[in-house]
Design a protein around this ligand. Structure first.
Ligand SMILES: [Zn+2]
Length: 269
């Protein structure tokens, strides 16, 4: 199939117009007339993942995080121009010279159904999923109620947790059943989670002040499993859905690779 046909299919699944206004999703670089035979999925577009994609002879990369986000923001009159980091320019040039098309699906993948938080919840065995009221996160239940400490151990065994580990707030023996999840940075949803009457909220990038204030207001238990780990399950879901869309659209199947290379930045704890 042509890269342009693949982009059309992906845009139906992950509508670019659904992305947040500040987001920069869609095709970043590459020739859309290229033939696509090998699609590589990753969370972050970094030298390590691009090298892995090139070594595998990928001709199309689907990434969750935009390569250029703040750099493409509108510059207001009188503000200094935004400088693009040299490594990003080098990476984009490398993708172009290798004939690889790069497409990112970020907040439009968060908002899709199924999307990033559905993938996270399902990976952890959370079912009966409904939207988190007031947002695009998900609320669901476990097949059996278990203690917070056992659930935290389960999270660690299932998700690609970074060297920094996971952080938990709550009584380890507390029994949990109803859980809210939000893949990626999630401390902006602490108020919505409190209103959703859940036993636990699992997300990433929880900061000191929002968390300590939420706890004083009566927070459920909290698990910070790391940004990369909570978004990584989406890659598998996106690949599975794309394979279905290719089959139902009458396209020949293409090879797909889900990167298992951790792009979490932490080295040890
Ligand atoms: Zn993210």
């Amino acid at each position: 199939m042509k890269a342009s046909e693949l982009v059309d299919l992906l845009n139906k699944r992950y509508d670019p117009t659904a992305a947040e206004i500040w987001d920069r999703v869609g095709v970043v670089c590459g020739d859309l007339n290229n033939e696509v035979k090998k699609i590589y999925f990753c969370v972050d577009v970094l030298p390590a993942t691009v090298s892995e994609a090139i070594a595998w002879n990928a001709d199309f990369i689907i990434a969750h995080h935009p390569l250029l986000l703040h750099e493409l923001a509108e510059v207001l009159e009188g503000e200094p121009p935004i400088v693009i980091a040299p490594w990003k320019i080098a990476l984009k040039d490398r993708l172009i010279s290798e004939g690889i098309v790069l497409l990112t699906a970020h907040t439009n993948a968060d908002k899709a159904t199924p999307g990033v938080s559905d993938a996270l919840a399902r990976a952890l065995g959370i079912t009966n999923l409904t939207p988190l009221p007031g947002d695009i996160g998900r609320v669901g239940t476990l097949p059996e109620a278990i203690s917070l400490k056992y659930f935290a151990a389960k999270v660690k065994s299932i998700l690609p947790i970074s060297k920094a580990g996971i952080r938990v707030f709550g009584n380890p023996e507390q029994i949990i059943n109803r859980i809210a999840v939000s893949g990626g940075s999630g401390d902006h949803l602490l108020a919505e989670v409190r209103s959703a009457d859940v036993d636990l909220y699992l997300t990433a990038d929880l900061r000191h002040h929002p968390v300590s204030e939420a706890i004083e207001s009566g927070s459920p238990a909290l698990i910070d499993a790391g940004h990369f780990a909570t978004e990584w399950p989406w890659l598998n879901q996106a690949a599975t859905l794309l394979a279905q869309d290719l089959a139902s659209g009458g396209y020949a199947s293409v090879e797909m690779k889900i990167s298992t290379l951790s792009t979490d930045p932490w080295s040890f704890s």
